[in-house]
Write a protein that binds this ligand. Structure first.
Ligand SMILES: CC[C@H](C(=O)O)C(=O)SCCNC(=O)CCNC(=O)[C@H](O)C(C)(C)COP(=O)(O)OP(=O)(O)OC[C@H]1O[C@@H](n2cnc3c(N)ncnc32)[C@H](O)[C@@H]1OP(=O)(O)O
Ligand code: CO
Length: 144
């Protein structure tokens, strides 16, 4: 019996929303929905995106805009010029255990864990293995 406990799915940390303009999207969430924008947009060149978080009571919206033409979301925006839901991110207790477990189950894990927008290790599972949904796993931040 496969041990499914290894990839213990934690809370929904954020919903990634791709946009051609993070500024326009911030205005939408703020002015249309009265959302709370967390700080200013910031660049993550290593991940090919500019990021800004929108707070909600139980999770976050992660607005992502291509940092440059080589961004991993450039292809998505060519297909979806207005942007839209790009990925969901779940927390896991141990990213290395989750990666090993997913690979053992035959899932395509994209690359190696690297530091994401929250400063903790993240990795992505290919949409083809998750029913068409791009899934990000993020190691649960240590609470200080
Ligand atoms: C890391 C910072 C931040 C954080 O939270 O900390 C982020 O979340 S940044 C998010 C941006 N980074 C990534 O998305 C990295 C992982 N993504 C990838 O490696 C690519 O986007 C990939 C491989 C999922 C798709 O690459 P690409 O679009 O160049 O390839 P294709 O166009 O050939 O797509 C293949 C196949 O997948 C479907 N697809 C693509 N993107 C998505 C998506 N977001 N959701 C669902 N499906 C997606 C695409 O339609 C193709 O399907 P097919 O049926 O083969 O036509
Ligand atoms: Co994300």
């Amino acid at each position: 019996m496969t041990d499914h406990a290894a990839t213990t799915l934690g809370r929904l940390n954020h919903v990634g929303v791709a946009t051609p303009s993070i500024e326009r999207s911030i205005a939408l969430y703020r002015d249309l929905l009265g959302a709370t924008v967390i700080g200013e947009p910031f660049d993550l060149p290593a991940q090919g995106v500019k990021v800004c978080f929108i707070d909600t009571p139980n999770t976050q919206i992660e607005l992502i805009e291509p940092y440059d033409d080589s961004s991993p979301i450039a292809g998505f925006l060519r297909k979806n010029p207005a942007g839209g839901q790009h990925h969901v991110c779940f927390e896991v207790p141990d990213i290395q255990v989750a990666v090993a477990d997913l690979k053992a189950k035959g899932a395509t894990v994209l690359g190696e864990p690297r530091i994401g927008a929250h400063g903790t290790p993240i990795v992505f599972v290919h949409p083809k293995d998750m029913g068409g949904m791009l899934v990000e796993l993020m190691e649960t931040p240590a609470h200080d």
